[in-house]
Design a protein around this ligand. Structure first.
Ligand code: IMP
Ligand code: MG
Length: 334
């Protein structure tokens, strides 16, 4: 039986600090029995600091750090070789991955051919992890699923069993974000999976079981990829350095821009966000510049508090699902 499910969803173009939110929720013991990753594959990059060591994970849900059963859900794609490397890195740090990792049998396999094909991609600037080709083959009904990949047999799982055994409380962990969603993002500068809260439900959980939806944003925007997103300026260079805005998967510079309130409101409404978290407020405070776009106009504030208050007012006025709004500063480390 499923008691409830909460969702963490990224309201921008990824890299908003979803992991940080997941960690703070998982620290409260017994709130969840399972963590489910609901979309994407090795394109995601999640930086973890554990025992003073930095590790970047791509496939493995962060629940393993807390000894929780952690499921790669049917909306995801996996490359077995890369997954095994990641398992090894985490096990070296003393994190018990093999004991807790489960992979739904419907997960699609990223093959060497997919990686090779994506490796030559230049049009939109992908992460070269085979994402476009693997989802193409899935929808073309030509894909290979985990249930037919002997390398993954030890992890094989059917997510439907969560409806049958025990009293399950699930935390859904999304990858990428609203602005990269295959339907809602700036097509074709998008990824090939669904990155909204609806995507969590596609992993086999009925809508009425959703309790809270945590929407995560930064107080400025970043984007990695081929389109022109940033208007070069010194303050964006400063934000990039202070905020360590370099891709966790590819090391590429993240392009920076000011918060777009209209985009954010749309994202909150479509995802049905109840709890809104803004990360990295400290970075704007360090550069001491507070700006956002609203209906195409750039607004500027002298003080952090005025900036926060104005954003809060706009969100309360335009987003009926919202219950809580929180502005958060670093540290990012757990
Ligand atoms: P793909 O998902 O590798 O096909 O890349 C498509 C677009 O999404 C590119 O612009 C990538 O840089 C971007 N992207 C994919 N995954 C992430 C992520 O986890 N964070 C930020 N950008 C991402
Ligand atoms: Mg990331």
């Amino acid at each position: 039986m499923i008691q409830y499910a909460d969702i963490i969803v990224d309201l921008q173009a990824g890299d908003t600090g979803k992991g940080k939110v997941a960690h703070s929720l998982l620290k409260r013991k017994k709130q969840y029995t399972h963590v489910v990753r609901y979309n994407g594959g090795g394109n995601a990059g999640h930086t973890i600091y554990h025992k003073n060591k930095k590790v970047v994970t791509h496939f493995i849900p962060c629940g393993v750090l807390y000894g929780l059963k952690s499921i790669i859900g049917p909306g995801c794609v996996v490359n077995p070789k890369k997954l095994f490397n990641e398992i090894e890195e985490l096990e070296k740090l003393g994190i018990k991955v093999r004991k807790n990792l489960l992979i739904d049998k419907r997960v699609h396999i990223i093959t060497d051919k997919h990686l090779e094909e994506d490796g030559n991609e230049t049009k939109i600037g992908t992460t070269k992890q085979g994402i476009g080709p693997v989802y193409r083959d899935k929808y073309d009904r030509n894909g290979l699923r985990a249930e037919n990949e002997p390398l993954l047999s030890e992890f094989l799982f059917d997510i439907y069993s969560l409806h049958i055994d025990g009293t399950n409380k699930i935390l859904f962990e999304g990858a990428q974000g609203f602005e990269l969603d295959i339907d809602w993002g700036d097509y074709p500068y998008v990824t090939s999976s669904h990155c909204t809260a609806g995507s969590a439900i596609l992993n086999g959980i009925p809508p009425q079981k959703i309790r809270k939806t945590y929407g995560v944003a930064k107080v400025y925007r970043t984007y990695v990829g081929a389109k022109e997103f940033e208007t070069p300026s010194i303050v964006f260079d400063e934000i990039r350095e202070l905020g360590k805005e370099y891709g966790a998967t590819t090391g590429r510079k993240r392009q920076i821009n000011w918060l777009d309130i209209d985009m954010l409101i749309q994202s909150i409404n479509i995802n049905g966000v109840t709890d809104l978290i803004f990360n990295k407020l400290d970075i704007l405070e360090d550069v001491d510049e507070y700006k956002f776009f609203l209906k195409g106009m750039l607004y500027s504030f002298d003080r952090s508090k005025d900036f926060q208050n104005k954003i809060e007012d706009l969100i309360w006025d335009n987003c009926e699902s919202i219950v809580n709004i929180k502005f958060s500063r670093t540290p990012y480390e757990i």
